[in-house]
Design a binder for this molecule. Sequence first.
Ligand SMILES: [Zn+2]
Length: 61
Amino acid sequence: MPGTLTRPELTAADRCDRCGAAAKARAVLQSGGELLFCGHHARAYEAGLRDVQADVQQDEQ
Ligand SMILES: [Zn+2]
């Protein structure tokens, strides 16, 4: 279960893969790959990420 792995917290150094803004969410794909999204793009890609059963972890800040 990839989603159960403990991963490091997002930091200020983590950037959205789409626009370069501060990352607020990490999507872990079934393939094991990771994508980082700002709040805007996390919402924009939410449906698509669900479609591919990605595990989306929101930053708690
Ligand atoms: Zn973005």
